[in-house]
Design a protein. Structure first.
Length: 203
């Protein structure tokens, strides 16, 4: 009955004039969840809660471990949880949107709001040539030869002084293992570039 109680509280706060953002913050649930509760009638909410009791989900076998991660690290993103889960269970097949919805529901059910941690940034000391590299991840959507759209992920490395660049692409999110492999490939590539540059200067 916890979700039904939440439904009632959301609607009561709305009737008292609270805005969506205020309700979300006060109850520790997402705005989408607030909207979902407000769009349901009481009978619809009751039926929905009843179906939840018997409906099993693909990620239910991993519910406990995901909950432990969320409670220990409230600032975790669903992408990070997906990374950890796929490292722990390499055979699992689950979409990012499915996992994102599951994590969001767990946060709402167990009142685990996402903590936003603000990192302090400061300039680093100037390091010798070849000793500093910037690493960034990103994603983009591209068209295939059949004109369908796919999402690609990349990791890029840029040497601070020479601006040498190295990039790797793949059709899935990067795991820790992927990141380590890409670092090793980067060091090898930059090392070869340095050798070629040295040979050019000495010939």
């Amino acid at each position: 009955m916890e979700k039904l109680a939440m439904y009632l509280e959301v609607n009561q706060l709305r009737e008292r004039g609270f805005k969506i953002a205020a309700i979300s913050k006060k109850l520790g649930i997402s705005r989408n969840t607030v909207y979902r509760y407000l769009d349901m009638s009481f009978n619809e909410a009751t039926d929905w809660v009843s179906t939840l009791k018997t409906r099993s989900k693909k990620l239910d076998p991993y519910r406990d471990i995901i909950l432990i991660w969320l409670k220990e690290h409230p600032d975790l993103s669903s992408a990070q949880i997906e990374d950890w889960l796929k490292e722990k269970v390499p055979t699992i097949k689950v979409g990012s949107s499915t996992l994102r919805s599951y994590v969001s529901e767990l946060r709402d059910t167990y009142h685990i709001p996402k903590v936003i941690r603000i990192r302090d940034h400061e300039a680093v000391e100037e390091l010798p040539m070849g000793m500093q590299v910037q690493v960034d991840w990103g994603e983009t959507k591209v068209k295939t030869s059949l004109n369908s759209e796919v999402k690609l992920y990349f990791i890029s490395f840029v040497l601070s002084h020479s601006r040498y660049k190295y990039v790797e692409w793949q059709d899935r999110l990067f795991t820790t293992r992927d990141t380590i492999r890409c670092h090793e490939s980067t060091f090898h590539y930059f090392g070869e570039c340095q050798k070629k540059s040295y040979m050019t200067k000495t010939t």
